[in-house]
Design a protein around this ligand. Structure first.
Ligand SMILES: [Zn+2]
Length: 161
């Protein structure tokens, strides 16, 4: 329901809403690695919150204009499952808050079947992402929703007669 109809689970009801875990949160629909448990933080919102995905290709984003205040929707890039939204009031180092529905996630803990392979892949991608971020500090900012919004606003002004 949540992943296909873009619903949001009630706050504080999700399995992973609070607390700390070890391992990788994967897509409940397709199993793609999405968020490292180490990037989970207590946001107080009642939904599991992360400050970054395992890598930039793990998720896709789109504008969600279903409410008066437009939000940035977060989806699994591999299968398109709706995961939640991303906001710009997160903690360092990214300043982002990925607010994700517990039901969209499945935790793969160290020792689970196949997790060693996933851990190795994710660990490598994570390290690569960190290196890319370190090398190009401005390009990361250019991809944040604020930058997207600024570009959109400019485009809109330009498009007007
Ligand atoms: Zn998926």
């Amino acid at each position: 329901m949540v992943t296909r109809l873009k619903a949001t689970e009630p706050a504080f009801t999700g399995k992973y809403a609070t607390g700390h875990y070890r391992g990788i949160f994967t897509c409940v629909c397709c199993g793609a690695p999405l968020f490292d448990a180490r990037t989970k933080f207590e946001s107080g919102t009642g939904w599991p919150s992360f400050y970054q995905p395992v890598n930039r290709r793990a998720i896709a984003t789109a504008w969600d204009t279903s409410e008066a205040e437009p939000r940035v929707e977060v989806m699994c890039r591999r299968c398109g499952a709706h995961l939640g939204h991303v906001f710009e009031d997160g903690p360092p180092p990214t300043g982002l808050r990925y607010c994700i529905n517990s039901v969209a996630l499945r935790l793969k803990q160290p020792g689970d079947d196949g997790s060693a392979a996933i851990q190795a892949v994710v660990g490598g991608l994570y390290a690569a992402a960190v290196r890319i971020q370190a090398r190009t500090p401005t390009s990361r900012a250019a991809r944040t929703p604020a930058a997207v919004r600024r570009r959109t606003d400019r485009g809109r002004q330009k498009g007007q007669p």
